[in-house]
Design a binder for this molecule. Structure first.
Ligand SMILES: C[S@@+](CC[C@H](N)C(=O)[O-])C[C@H]1O[C@@H](n2cnc3c(N)ncnc32)[C@H](O)[C@@H]1O
Length: 204
């Protein structure tokens, strides 16, 4: 069974909403305040879960067109109810090669640690991103012993996960993307640090 189907209808009540998921959404929303308001901006939310971020973005911006992707049928069902006018695709991140549209912004929050082959995902995201586009990718960072210790408890609720350190993440994306910015969020000492990277395509 997909563990995320189990969490889908409880997701909005999880305690990590307050100190981890919501602060990440707030940061992503504020990072997008500078987007061009004069043209339609195509956004891909990879691992969109139950669509909370999609809902907040569609409320705030009227020039965006979002596609939400997730491999959990239950998560997508909730996102579709919450965001009926948004395009949703049930798909594993490993299958991005099936897509051909171009996106101006790709968002991927708290989903990367669960991908089997994250490098292949970034290769595909590079193909799907417009040349001047941005990727915003956020995840609980496995950068320190303390973070790893807390995350070993989180893993009990999610199953297999790999939370990259800063060095590992930069190695992972370096063939395809440059790191333009890194925002660290830590709301409480007992929470792991959340790293949110802004990436731009490497110029060939
Ligand atoms: C912790 S939730 C994050 C949801 C949302 N992005 C957020 O920030 O609240 C992780 C989500 O990633 C999805 N996910 C995990 N691995 C995936 C994969 N290989 N392909 C597509 N979605 C995946 C799960 O189904 C789940 O909805």
């Amino acid at each position: 069974m997909n563990i995320w189907n189990f969490w889908a209808d409880k997701y909005h009540k999880l305690w990590v909403q307050k100190y981890s998921l919501r602060p990440t959404r707030n940061y992503i929303t504020s990072a997008l305040l500078n987007i061009n308001k004069d043209k339609k901006i195509k956004i891909l939310d990879l691992g969109c879960g139950p669509g909370e971020l999609i809902n907040e973005l569609t409320d705030k911006f009227n020039n965006i067109e979002i596609t939400g992707i997730d491999f959990s049928g239950k998560m997508l069902e909730i996102s579709k109810k919450r965001n009926p006018s948004v395009n949703h695709i049930k798909m594993d991140a490993a299958e991005l090669s099936k897509l051909n549209d171009k996106y101006d912004i790709v968002i991927c929050t708290h989903s990367l640690p669960y991908y089997k082959e994250p490098k292949k995902v970034f290769e595909q995201l590079c193909r799907l991103l417009s040349d001047s586009g941005l990727v915003l990718v956020g995840f609980a960072s496995g950068d320190s012993f303390y973070d790893k210790l807390i995350l070993s408890f989180v893993k009990l609720t999610t199953g297999k996960a790999n939370y990259p350190s800063d060095i590992k993440f930069r190695q992972l994306v370096s063939p395809f993307f440059n790191v333009e910015n890194l925002k660290i969020i830590r709301e409480k000492f007992f929470m792991p640090r959340i790293a949110v990277y802004t990436l731009k395509k490497v110029e060939l």
